[in-house]
Design a protein around this ligand. Structure first.
Ligand code: CP
Ligand code: NVA
Length: 305
């Protein structure tokens, strides 16, 4: 694995290694601190969109491992506008040891990787959010102590987060059952990739139009915003289309009693998720957010050490 751009191009074995390393680095950190495996290494972080978790968890991950990070916001480098993506990749990779990029167009992280001398990590694109999915599978593993045979129901937009969660589930034999409004399904190409992978690992991918069907027997219920970054102009229309796809107390009644609730955050409380569910005993959203840092340490040590 040279880069970490999406979960379709990693092998299940590589992901399993990342998961084990993440769990180990979390224990190590809780027991007093990580060893400085990335001493003197620097991560360049390109952000075309806002971020709390990705930005801070990567920066702290580098710091805990003895390295540092440089934040490059949207006004700073003008990726693809002020300067071409290949030129940014060539120049930035001559200074830093790794690049993390949050972009709109997924082809931009692919292009960065193509022209970079150092590893490139996708910190969210319009198509995928692999770092999120790695932290999520880590969280599920911590809660249940196992993965194969579990059922995850995704309720909402078949977007970047859904795509990466579908793929990570397929790698680990977790059945992925998604309910989306018509017109908001996952892309057919991603669906096919996830289906093939799931079949190989003994799980399935199910598509529904009713959230109640998707969450039946679910061990995990997962949701994401109805209006992703860059879709602000469609907000009113989307909020209308997603009515009925809220994760609330009523919906939880259709799942198992001990189902857990996950959300990549930021949450739009009162839209895709209610306060009582998000703050309730079944919610794992803040554990998930913390695990972003531990999971990314695994990615960073694997690619940069
Ligand atoms: N989940 C996530 O990626 O959060 P940020 O947008 O705050 O980084
Ligand atoms: N789907 C959301 C995820 C944010 C972490 C977005 O792209 O804005």
């Amino acid at each position: 694995m040279k880069h970490f751009l999406d979960l379709a191009s990693c092998s299940t074995e590589e992901l399993d290694n990342l998961l084990e390393t993440a769990l180990l680095l979390k224990r190590e950190w809780r027991n007093g601190g990580n060893r400085p495996i990335l001493r003197d290494k620097t991560l360049g972080m390109i952000f075309q969109k806002p971020s709390l978790r990705t930005r801070v968890s990567f920066e702290m991950a580098m710091k805990h491992l003895g390295g540092s990070a440089i934040m490059l916001g949207p006004q700073e480098i003008g990726l693809g506008k002020r300067e071409s993506v290949p030129d940014v990749a060539r120049v930035l990779s001559s200074y830093v040891d790794g690049i993390m990029a949050r972009v709109f167009d997924h082809s931009h992280v692919v292009e960065l990787a193509e022209f970079s001398r150092v590893p490139v990590i996708n910190g969210l694109s319009d198509s995928y959010h692999p770092c999120q999915a790695l932290a999520d599978i880590m969280t599920i593993r911590e809660v249940f102590g196992r993965l194969a045979g579990l059922r995850l129901a995704f309720v909402g937009d078949g977007n970047n987060v859904a795509a990466s969660v579908a793929l990570v589930c397929a790698h680990f034999g977790v059945t992925f059952s998604i309910a989306t409004p018509e017109g908001y399904e996952m892309k057919p190409s991603i669906r096919e990739q996830a289906c093939d992978l799931a079949k190989r690992n003994g799980s399935t991918l199910e598509m529904h139009t009713r959230p109640q069907q998707a969450v039946a027997d679910a061990d995990v219920i997962y949701t994401d915003t109805w209006v992703s970054m860059g879709q602000e102009a469609e907000a009113q229309e989307r909020i209308g289309e997603f009515t009925g796809f809220q994760v609330n107390r009523d919906l939880l009644r259709f799942a198992k009693d001990d189902t857990i609730v996950m959300h990549c955050l930021p949450a739009h409380r009162g839209e895709e998720i209610t306060d009582d569910v998000m703050d309730g005993p079944q919610s794992k959203v803040f554990e998930q957010a913390e695990n972003r840092m531990h999971a990314q340490k695994a990615v960073l040590t694997h690619l940069l050490a």
